[in-house]
Write a protein that binds this ligand. Sequence first.
Ligand code: SAH
Ligand code: SF4
Length: 368
Amino acid sequence: MQNLLDLEPAALAQWLAARGEKPFRGRQVTRWIHQRFAASVEEMTDLAKPLRAALARDAQIRAPRILRDTTASDGTRKWLLDAGSGNAVEAVYIPEDDRATLCISSQAGCALDCAFCSTGRQGFNRNLSTGEIVGQLWLSNRTLLQDGVDAPWVEAGRAPITNVVMMGMGEPLANFDNVVPALRTFLDDNAYGLSRRRVTLSTSGLVPWIDRLRDECPVALAVSLHAPTNELRDHLVPINRRHPLESLMAACLRYLERAPRDFITFEYVMLDGVNDQPEHTHALIDLVRDVPCKLNLIPFNPFPGSGFATSPRERIRGFAHALQDAGIVATIRKTRGDDIDAACGQLAGQVQDRTKRRLASRVAPALH
Ligand code: SAH
Ligand code: SF4
């Protein structure tokens, strides 16, 4: 049974063409799924009945199942989604006055093991399929419409979600082959029609894949920096040992040649006493001097056993001011949804069958 959410618009057109359908059918079915949020072929009422019956035999629209649906006091809403075998991932809806953003997951767990990240702490289970990634956007739009969400752009006939950030669970560039078709679906005019500036991918810095993204599907890019020196970054973001800061900065400059925005967003999580001292400010200013960028300072969101604390508010402000005085655009990220553990880095799902654990138990005997 083909899950139609797994097919980006061009692939859906090909799939239909292989069944002898005309090219316009691809556009028609794409719009039914991604603009009218049809949940089955039967809902596509302007398709002739025999065609609907034939498609329904071979195709489904199958989004992840919602396990839990929680809304925070600030309106942030988190869906816990079934990823099979006891695993779950999360998608977070963040409404604002002039837009609504969906934070999407790309993997169940993450193998990259950043020191301050609760997803990383759980280890890696598996990559999400294209259908599971697109399904998060499809499902939240459909659910919000069913709930009668109130926003001026929805009244004007647009979908509830206006922006997508790939900042949920997982490292999106480590799941490149499934993520890129999902991005293309977000951008396609017959699907979600989002502009490249409204789709942001956040990466911890997989340099070769940043180059591939630039060539194949450039969207707005956020890079998780978190430390201004290799010594500290090796410790906080271990992938830095393979792709150190010099090569990461060079990749950012190459990306900007094709990027939809003329800056890279650098994310910098503020960890008390770890990366928030004057020496770090100076090193950071030196590091990003030649890269057009915006620095987004993220107050660390604690989780049990993390071993880190959030920098005091005043220190975060001082850090931002020092960057601004050096001519760097720096903002402090508003923490949203923290009463439902929906803030950055708190997405935990319930990842089981942890590869890291399994590997550890296989490797450990050899060490003794
Ligand atoms: N894997 C990608 C995208 C997902 S994480 C990446 O690392 O960029 C999205 C952002 O949240 C990253 O900048 C990540 O470093 C940050 N983050 C992770 N744990 C956090 C925590 N506990 N508090 C605040 N931000 C955190
Ligand atoms: Fe993975 Fe990103 Fe968490 Fe690092 S911060 S462990 S790359 S999800």
